[in-house]
Design a protein around this ligand. Structure first.
Ligand code: ITT
Ligand code: MG
Length: 202
């Protein structure tokens, strides 16, 4: 396991919600954090069919383009009664050709569940795979998960993406309703971060 020894890191993401969460999670470690956009890096195509595969593509692309260690996050929601969909295609389900429409994507998930008459609760998980890649091609991977259920209608305007329809197990608030600090303490991203920090930063 390679430790992170530098003082600057690039977040290999173009998602403002994720970047905000990753900055908050890295704050205690005194690492200076830049985003892919700060380096004018384009978004690589996510051509793999796994979170790990796409996390690797994004992190290596940014590490090569910036000359700095880069941290990517590939994530998504997997719904049991939809055989794991939308999964690695979570962002694609929101694609309209004219930007992303997450309310539309969340409604699509709920409509499919209703059509299938899926038993309640509609079990689901949020998954996050982090890849920390160095410009020399080395990388380290970490996986996180949080289980819960998909609820309808949407609840809350905190967070981003599918947060308003995800109710984590043991909670009364969706990720969309929760205070960001609470989400950071229990999310799929936080789970993966604990492993990253233990291995590379602690
Ligand atoms: O690839 P980058 O540039 O990092 O940004 P992205 O938005 O395209 O990210 P992904 O390819 O990993 O797609 C994952 C999608 O899953 C959703 N998602 C991931 N984590 C989430 C979270 O914590 N809360 C809500 N939705 C989340 C969100 O809609 C993302 O767009
Ligand atoms: Mg993406």
């Amino acid at each position: 396991m390679r430790r992170f020894e530098g003082d600057k890191l690039v977040i290999a993401s173009h998602n403002a919600g994720k970047i905000r969460e990753i900055r908050a999670l890295l704050e205690p470690f005194g690492v200076e954090v830049a985003s892919a956009a700060d380096f004018g890096l384009d978004e690589p195509e996510e051509t793999e069919d796994s979170f790990a595969g796409n996390a690797r593509i994004k992190a290596h692309h940014a590490a090569k383009g910036s000359g700095l260690p880069a941290l990517s996050d590939d994530s998504g929601i997997t719904v049991d009664a939809l055989d794991g969909a939308p999964g690695v295609h979570t962002a694609d389900w929101a694609e309209t050709g004219n930007g992303r429409d997450f309310p539309m994507a969340m409604e699509k998930v709920w409509t499919l569940l209703e059509e299938r008459d899926a038993p309640t609760p509609r079990r689901a998980a949020f998954n996050c795979t982090l890849c920390l890649a160095w410009p020399d091609g080395h990388d380290e991977m970490f996986e996180g998960k949080v289980r819960g259920q998909v609820v309808w209608p949407m609840r809350g305007d905190q967070g981003f993406g599918f947060d308003p329809v995800f109710l984590p197990d043991g909670e009364t608030e969706t990720f969309g309703e929760m205070d960001p600090a609470r989400k950071h303490a229990m999310s799929h991203r936080a789970d993966a971060f604990r492993k990253l920090v233990h291995a590379c930063f602690a």
